[in-house]
Design a protein around this ligand. Structure first.
Ligand code: ADP
Length: 198
């Protein structure tokens, strides 16, 4: 049973590392950003509701986000562990996740904080904009997303640090090197991956 959470600024590499860690620990990677994007692409009612927030680089309202995650965590594949990427992002979402975990009689094992300085993340996001054309990767929206992160999400690091569950990982360097750092830090906490050949 491995329950992990990835936190870090936009562009820190959470999504990339989430996929790799999910494979290593054999748990589903649950990304609220991916869930929302999927719904926008497919023009679902949820997609129509969240599109304007996402395009503006604003957070989707907590009520909506919390409901999506509560549903997703009830699915069978999450019963034996999960890796949350991009949730929680607000103190309200922390409270909801706490409530969900208490109801299940479980708790988070580790919160992985991936760091990268602002120049680096802006450069990465602009590169991704050129390659993938994500609607929220324009220079102006990126700046806004970084501000929202600093205001609403960075404070969560203190909340989880107080609980003694945070490991901080330098997100600079090759993808594989960052994964290795995370795996080593998790192993130190007694969390061993089922496979390290990624
Ligand atoms: P990034 O990590 O690059 O900011 P994500 O793919 O995680 O990108 O999220 C993209 C967008 O999806 C966010 O800017 C926000 O609009 C929405 N979103 C994702 N997760 C949450 C969340 N937990 N709470 C509110 N909005 C969210």
């Amino acid at each position: 049973m491995t329950r992990l959470l990835l936190i870090g600024p936009p562009g820190a590499g959470k999504g990339t590392q989430a996929e790799r860690l999910a494979l290593a620990f054999n748990v589903p990677a649950i990304s609220t950003g991916d869930i929302f994007r999927y719904n926008v692409t497919n023009n679902t009612p949820l997609g129509l509701e969240v599109k304007s927030f996402m395009d503006a680089g604003a957070y989707v309202p907590d009520s909506l986000t919390n409901a999506i995650v509560a549903d997703r965590l009830k699915e069978a594949d999450a019963a034996s562990g999960f890796l949350l990427d991009g949730y929680p992002r607000t103190t309200d979402q922390v409270a909801e996740l706490d409530r969900l975990l208490v109801a299940e009689g479980t708790q988070l094992d580790v919160v992985v904080l991936i760091t990268a300085d602002t120049d680096e993340v802006v450069a990465r996001l602009l590169k991704r904009a050129a390659e993938q054309g994500r609607a929220d990767d324009t220079a102006e929206v990126i700046r806004h997303r970084l501000d929202v992160y600093a205001e609403q999400t960075a404070p969560l690091i203190d909340v989880y640090s107080t609980r003694g569950v945070v490991v901080t990982i330098d997100g600079l360097g090759a993808v594989e090197a960052v994964t290795d750092r995370i795996l080593a830090a998790l192993a130190e906490r007694g969390l061993r991956a089922s496979t390290t050949t990624l």
